[in-house]
Write a protein that binds this ligand. Structure first.
Ligand code: TDO
Length: 186
């Protein structure tokens, strides 16, 4: 697998090797051994799968607060999406910075997010599917969201028009009104 570090410490683009043949391809989409060899020591306990019917559907920016914080490994099983990570760890050299990576069924890329990173994405094609591994179980009482268009972050979602968002995401607070519960650990 190929590992590309990003400007956010601990956030990486992972591209598994695809073994192509006349039938198609084979890929290991998650290997604990290979991830550990690259310095990612993470123990996933839950897999999530969502499908968004319309292109321009935006989910985020989401987190689970400690002690239920989640590292995630996301990939796109069908269609294409722009995956966004925002560093929300107090004391991080990249605090408040964001990156966006195109994940698609075609490019096979994955995005690894450590704890303390806000996660969101916008779909680029109808019926786009995302699957992601999480290092902590769902804990509704710790589930949180920050407004996707928070001016403190200034994320360029490259939208054509207003996105499709959930009622919860439309009403999410700004980061200025929600102190981060995360601390950066180098
Ligand atoms: C996240 C989650 C939701 N649910 C339920 C709660 C709710 O009834 C329904 C839909 O939840 P949501 O609207 O929060 O789904 P969604 O907006 O897709 O939330 C997800 O967004 C992306 C960006 C993430 O990073 C995820 O961690 C998660 O927060 O599913 C679970 O049962 N388990 C879970 O782990």
């Amino acid at each position: 697998m190929q590992v590309e570090r990003t400007a956010l410490p601990g956030v990486a683009i992972i591209t598994p090797r695809r073994h192509g043949d006349a039938r198609g391809f084979f890929a290991e989409t998650w290997s604990r051994r290979d991830m550990a060899d690259h310095g990612f020591d993470v123990d996933f306990v839950q897999d999530n799968h969502s499908v968004s019917a319309r292109a321009g559907t935006l989910r985020g920016l989401h987190y689970q607060a400690p002690p239920h914080a989640q590292a995630k490994l996301a990939r796109c099983g069908r269609g294409a999406l722009l995956d966004v990570a925002v560093d929300w760890r107090a004391g991080s050299p990249a605090f408040g910075q964001w990156i966006a990576v195109e994940l698609s069924a075609a490019n096979g890329r994955q995005l690894f997010l450590p704890e303390g990173i806000l996660h969101g994405f916008v779909t680029r094609a109808p019926d786009t599917e995302i699957v992601y591994k999480c290092s902590a179980a769902y804990a509704p009482e710790a589930d949180g969201a920050i407004k996707w268009d928070d001016p403190a972050f200034g994320i360029d979602w490259a939208l054509d028009g207003p996105p499709v968002v959930s009622a919860r995401d439309a009403a999410a607070p700004l980061s200025a009104d929600m102190p981060t519960p995360f601390r950066f650990a180098a």
